[in-house]
Design a protein around this ligand. Structure first.
Ligand SMILES: NC(=O)c1ccc[n+]([C@@H]2O[C@H](COP(=O)([O-])OP(=O)(O)OC[C@H]3O[C@@H](n4cnc5c(N)ncnc54)[C@H](OP(=O)(O)O)[C@@H]3O)[C@@H](O)[C@H]2O)c1
Length: 248
């Protein structure tokens, strides 16, 4: 597939690397223009572009930029993107810690519904509930015991099917998490969030989410991270997330 990746940090960069290694035609971009992504593109065997160039004529787009940056994307960024091409939103909203307050989300709007409204295009929410380390290093072949899972939410069945196929190709069990409206179930600090669950556990965790509850856990996240000390091991982070997000 021709895949445009906007944002090549922890998540976008990891996805771009894995997708390029898997044989996809990957184009990468950030906010600073083509020159600034040349070295990374060369390293992973992708093409460096600006944001519009990464998206033009793509079969699929991955948007993996800080949450508030959504509003600073060029207004015409998706003009050259075919209507059927899925746009994956990996974003998470961290008001106070990293992001400015967004009233609509604070009042209960699902984060990816807000993203979709800003873009004026439907999105599929995926790869938001997996840690960058897990994404980079803990994938496994289909059928492997205790294979980790990634929740995928969205309204367009065809687009969701493509994204679920990609999740599988990248080494994770895709779990259908329902509509974009329902995607609050996989937002920060819900039971399914960054806990390295398998598919069965992911389904259960999605069903255990209680609307509004995760924001309270999220607002204690800074203290949770501080308690881990400097350079915690991945296993410590996951154990801490499980304790905070899915105590049962
Ligand atoms: N880190 C994780 O484990 C994790 C897990 C799941 C989901 N997420 C979510 O996924 C999103 C990305 O996270 P991340 O950790 O990968 O972030 P990151 O490491 O900070 O990378 C962000 C990338 O976006 C680019 N960018 C920033 N503003 C941009 C703009 N206006 N236009 C185009 N590119 C822009 C940045 O490059 P320039 O600044 O140079 O433009 C950078 O390449 C966030 O919403 C995050 O919460 C993160």
């Amino acid at each position: 597939m021709k895949i445009g990746v906007i944002g090549i940090g922890n998540i976008g960069g990891t996805l771009a690397r894995k997708l390029s290694a898997a044989g996809h035609e990957v184009r990468v971009a950030n906010s600073k223009g083509r020159e600034s992504v040349l070295a990374f593109a060369k390293e992973i065997g992708a093409k460096a572009e600006d944001t519009k160039g990464a998206v033009e004529g793509a079969d699929l787009v991955i948007l993996s930029i800080p949450f508030p940056a959504i509003t600073s994307l060029p207004k015409d960024i998706f003009d050259g993107l075919p209507g059927h091409a899925p746009i994956i939103d990996t974003g998470n909203y961290y008001p106070g810690m990293r992001d400015p307050q967004i009233t609509a989300i604070d009042q209960g709007q699902s984060e990816s519904v807000w993203v979709s409204e800003q873009l004026g295009r439907p999105v599929i929410k995926a790869f938001n509930n997996i840690l960058a380390y897990s994404l980079a290093s803990l994938g496994s072949p289909e059928g492997a015991a205790d294979r980790l899972a990634v929740a995928v939410a969205g309204d367009n069945a065809a687009a969701k099917k493509i994204v679920m196929g990609l999740v599988n190709e990248l080494g994770f069990d895709p779990v259908d998490a329902g509509s974009l409206e329902e995607s609050w179930r996989q937002q920060p600090c819900t039971p399914v969030y960054c806990c390295d669950w398998n598919a069965e556990q992911t389904l259960e965790a999605l069903s255990l989410a209680v609307k509004g509850q995760a924001t309270q856990t999220r607002d204690r996240l800074w203290d949770q991270l501080m308690a881990l000390g400097l350079n915690p091991a991945h296993a410590q982070i996951v154990a801490s997330n499980r304790k905070a997000n899915a105590p049962a």
